[in-house]
Design a protein around this ligand. Sequence first.
Ligand SMILES: Cc1cc2nc3c(=O)[nH]c(=O)nc-3n(C[C@H](O)[C@H](O)[C@H](O)COP(=O)(O)OP(=O)(O)OC[C@H]3O[C@@H](n4cnc5c(N)ncnc54)[C@H](O)[C@@H]3O)c2cc1C
Length: 556
Amino acid sequence: MAEIESGDRFDYIIVGAGSAGCVLANRLTEDPNVTVALLEAGGKNDGLLVKMPAGVGNLISTKGATNWGFETTPQAFMDGRRLYQPRGRGWGGSSAINGMIYIRGHARDYDNWRQMGLTGWGYADVLPYFKRSQHHEDGADAWNGAGGPLWVSRGPPGDPIYKAFIHAGKQAGYPVTRDFNGHQQEGVGPYHLTIRDGERWSAAAAYLKPIAGVRPNLKIISNAHAGRIIIERKTAVGVEFAAGPGKPVQNVYAKREVLVCGGAFQSPHLLLLSGIGPADELKKMGVPVEHDAPEVGRNLQDHLDASVIYEMTKPISMYSKTKGLKQPMIGLQYLFTKQGHGRTNHLHAGAFLKTRGELDRPDIQIHLVNALMQDHARVKADRDGFTLHVCQLRPDSRGTVTLASRNPFDAPSIDPRYLAEENDRRTMRDSVRIVRDIVGQDALKRYRGAEFKPGEHIRTDSEIDAWIRQNAETIYHPVGTCRMGADDNAPVDEELRVRGIDSLRVIDASVMPTLIGGNTNAPTIMIAEKLSDMLRGKPLLPPQDAPILEDQRIAV
Ligand SMILES: Cc1cc2nc3c(=O)[nH]c(=O)nc-3n(C[C@H](O)[C@H](O)[C@H](O)COP(=O)(O)OP(=O)(O)OC[C@H]3O[C@@H](n4cnc5c(N)ncnc54)[C@H](O)[C@@H]3O)c2cc1C
């Protein structure tokens, strides 16, 4: 790993080449006078499975070079289960293994942030940054951008099940929404995807690969696991890293700032290992306290998800498409022609719905997968089927990330405390009933077989609750563990500076103070885009408003 001399100095050190880290590496080095070292624990992620959108199931289900494969602590409100927590590792981070769904959340989510005192983070403030990051293949409009690095496509219409689902949603009384990021989120509709010409368009594909080896002011150091931020007199001056346990430790120094982009589990982990966190907890672990920051690792929020699964009466799901030798053939066809079932993620439709009419915005999201998908695809399907993932968008439950040990190579202790709050249990229960109602509509009749999970016999509140406790899983959107806030307890301020330590910021999904109503890749990229302007001292993009259904906005 002698890619740099231990002790080298750069203007900025970025820890983590994930969704946020790739954006920052690109934007900061647009200025040829600025030098950046990007440290990433994983490798380049240039294998076929990362490139081929259909590789997603394999990436999610397999712990290894591209997936940290964490686990939660036993969940107190889920019968003591430990839940699997995949996280991306290597260039692109979680955007290299994610489902490629392009969603920004609801306008009100950002207006809420502004209401919390976070100046500059309302919907009108963040919209220009979403647009700047984006290239929508349909071109620009009031909501979408064109010409940015992050390619967004409509994707093919996909299998007939997707169209039938949208039709069934309409029959159940919901609006049809053609662009969930447009003027109305609520409804059933097609997903737009971060796929470009049949290739996964991760943050690395969009922001990092085009400049890697091209800009002399950017040094990318792969297989570099940061173990500690070096702090002198309350100022971050560098980072200690190694290729793995027992490997030589190297130091790299920052002339300006250290930017932590390790994601919602590993950014608080690195701060805690560096002595920034709740003093009593750090002392218990024997970590010298640099700054008592009681909320580092607190406020963990995630989307808990129930998989309602149906058998399928026609042989048109992924099972029939990949049976026997068909799967390797799909890989070969993709490899040589970039055509066939490998070109897409098989996630083409979904919904944002309200469990109660009086809510001001959708509180659940559905992802339809044309496969009988159990346990993050870790259980192999043995028949045709389709799966409706349904998750609660804004849980009340709050969890923690804490140190399991002082060893940086040990995983952090992750306790999301799923279903700790009654509102979360109720919403999840209602969401299962809503999915059943949609699937029960005529439009899905020709594909709908028996209900495989939960199964017809699970009907009462307590039966559904028990089934959720025993079967629900994450749908991969942890945030909030280094929350940005205007109050003194918030680990970072609205410019994402770590309170109490100079020259240190956290920039990634962990800073979101509340979970947004949707998938979290585009919002994380937006956050990093905005921060890059702040770091470069550039004037922020002027706020822009786009027409959003009036009841979705908050007057400020
Ligand atoms: C399986 C899965 C499916 C998902 N599906 C979708 C989807 O379809 N649409 C969507 O919008 N969102 C999706 N998400 C969520 C989205 O991808 C993430 O919210 C987003 O990528 C988070 O970005 P980040 O920059 O915060 O962290 P990450 O992208 O996770 O990046 C963190 C990086 O830091 C590195 N790192 C961590 N610790 C260290 C250390 N100590 N030293 C050096 N490097 C370190 C990691 O290896 C990683 O590369 C999914 C996530 C997962 C895991």
